[in-house]
Design a protein around this ligand. Structure first.
Ligand code: CFM
Length: 554
């Protein structure tokens, strides 16, 4: 057991709040919590950021277009809005794809926008949108077109859904639209929910436009939900599944295509990687088709092994279990030598993680596997269940901002519903807390007592935390990276992975450790202080060396 981390969480929290006006301090105070696993303290999350505070969050449009739809290579996404929204969401996420052949469609490199300007703001943008969809269809002939709304669309009241219905009829392809205006929710999380609803209604469950798509072949069929193939992560997981003989039907949505998403209802098990962004699809697939879900995590070597074993347990097939064990054994042989070497240089060092809605949790495992410790962590836009576990779901207050997002009602699809669970399956799948069907225990319960959870951290709080605790590395995004590094602390981007990755699976763990090892052990960070900020040399040395001193001390 490690000695407790030497941070005074209560004093740190007080210091972070000290400079705020009283009302802001009260609000922010509810987002900053000392972790005490036995007490499971409550943290406020998924509420509006206080205006004026520099937040890490993105907008609802980003969550819908960028996060959920962005990685699907052959659904043509059109941004209905001013050009900047499309431009700034163009290829910024490092989500990779691998079309089956050089001629297969891949629209991810394009940026399609209606380029809305004053004329459309005043007279309406539907006409221009119709023209844009027709033009895109003529150019690319896609099977499906997705229209994404930006802020002005909702403000002027363009009926994007009617446009989609009309064009579906006119063009004979699947066209659907998202009311994902940037302001629709408090963060990108609202965009995930909106995207999940529509993708489910219009692709997964909408059998008319997808009737020509056959059921997939294969044994041990699963979907991987909430894996977006950043830096090639999904490729690593696909390789593990292939070697183990697991049929991956669809991924939502890394390295995915339209056909595979339309086949999602044919699997026996859903694996949920990023709980925050895709739990809605998991829930709807269960209600409609009887497909249960298990939380997995392919970030971290031990976590990857555990996740593969969960799949083996679910299917209860001896040959599958053996193949999975063989894959784990092969991979662990490589992992263990790298891990031992890097652990020797990194153990005892500290990290902070402020990112997204799931990685601040998942990546803690990668650090702990090389002996590094987490001082503080938090999400930008996760909900209380991602922090405290799904057991708190019934207690989460539904506020006006949440009610702003359509809650769709899904029913059992009698013709397609198959009961996949029975006593034998339930008995095979773990009954450890958080490991069973539809369970997730959240981030906080896995953090050391006395460390801090900070939700929707502000820029000011990030700087103060770093100044106070000088972690060896801070994981965040591009907006924070250089501000952190100016404080003399290396920063790893956990959204884009900087230029690195993949970090998933066993091979990914080794990649991550190598990158972190280089960062936390680089001597460059010792050279950050300006010469005039360094301690003065002793007077005796100055007298002895005179004018030559500066060339030695600099
Ligand atoms: Fe899920 Fe993501 Fe994340 Fe996310 Fe994201 Fe992302 Fe993320 Mo950036 S879907 S919640 S909205 S794991 S883009 S691939 S890295 S903030 S922690």
């Amino acid at each position: 057991m490690n000695a407790p981390l030497k941070i005074d969480a209560e004093a740190t929290r007080a210091e972070l709040l000290a400079r705020y006006p009283a009302k802001v301090a009260r609000k922010r105070g509810r987002h900053i919590v000392e972790n005490r696993r036995s007490e499971r303290p409550e943290v406020e999350a998924n509420v509006r950021t206080v205006p004026g505070i520099i937040s890490q969050r993105g907008c609802t449009y980003a969550g819908c277009k960028g996060v959920i739809l962005g990685p699907t290579r052959d659904v043509l996404s059109i941004t209905h809005g001013p050009i900047g929204c499309g431009y700034y969401s163009w290829l910024t996420r490092r989500n990779q794809t691998r079309p089956p052949s050089p001629d297969s469609p891949n629209y991810m490199t394009y940026c399609l926008s209606t380029d809305m300007s004053e004329e459309q703001i005043v007279f309406g943008g539907e006409k221009k949108l119709r023209e844009a969809v027709r033009e895109a269809f003529a150019q690319f002939k896609p099977q499906a077109i997705a229209i994404h709304s930006t802020c002005p669309v909702g403000l002027i009241g363009d009926d994007v859904h009617q446009v989609a219905r009309d064009l579906r009829e006119e063009l004979g392809i699947n066209v659907f639209a998202f009311s994902c205006e940037g302001y629709r929710g408090v963060s990108q999380s609202a965009g995930h929910h909106i995207a999940n609803n529509k993708i489910f209604q219009e692709v997964v469950a909408h059998t008319a436009p997808t009737a020509h798509i056959p059921a997939p072949e294969g044994a041990f069929k699963v979907n991987l939900l909430g894996e977006y193939n950043i830096g090639g992560d999904a490729f690593v997981i696909e390789d593990l599944f292939e070697r183990a003989g697991i049929t991956l039907v669809s991924t939502f949505c890394g390295n995915s295509d339209y056909v595979s998403m339309a086949q999602a209802r044919h699997v026996d098990l859903n694996l949920v990687m990023c709980h925050r962004s895709i739990n809605y699809v998991a829930g709807m697939l269960e209600t409609s088709y009887g497909i249960p879900w298990l939380k997995v995590n392919f970030i971290g070597a031990a976590q990857s092994a555990k996740s593969l074993r969960k799949i083996a347990k679910f299917f209860g097939d001896a040959a599958l279990a053996e193949r999975i064990e063989n894959v784990i054994a092969e991979e662990m042989a490589r992992v263990e030598s790298a891990q031992a070497e890097i652990r020797g240089r990194c153990a005892g060092k500290t990290a902070m993680l402020f990112v997204g809605g799931s990685r601040a949790h998942h990546y803690q495992h990668l650090f702990s596997e090389i002996g590094m410790r987490i001082v503080a962590a938090g999400y930008e836009f996760a909900h209380r269940d991602d922090y405290e576990g799904r057991r708190v779901l019934p207690n989460i207050k539904v506020d006006a901002d949440t009610r702003n997002i359509e809650e769709i009602h899904v029913e059992r699809a009698e013709d397609h519903f198959v009961e996949r669970r029975d006593e034998a399956v339930d008995a095979r799948v773990s009954d450890e807390p958080g490991e069973g069907f539809g369970e997730y225990e959240g981030m906080m319960v896995e953090m050391e007592d006395g460390t801090l959870t900070v939700d929707d951290i502000s820029h000011y709080e990030t700087e103060r935390l770093i100044e106070m605790h000088k972690p060896d590395v801070v994981c965040a995004g591009i907006k924070e990276k250089y501000a952190i590094q100016k404080l003399g602390v290396p920063s790893k981007q956990l959204h884009s992975y900087d230029y690195g990755g993949p970090y998933a699976g066993f091979a990914g763990a080794i990649n991550f450790w190598r990158d972190i090892d280089q960062m936390v052990n680089s001597p460059i960070w010792q050279l950050i202080p300006a010469p005039w900020d360094r301690p003065a040399p002793p007077p005796s040395l100055e007298a002895e060396l005179g004018p030559n001193l500066s060339s030695i001390t600099e």
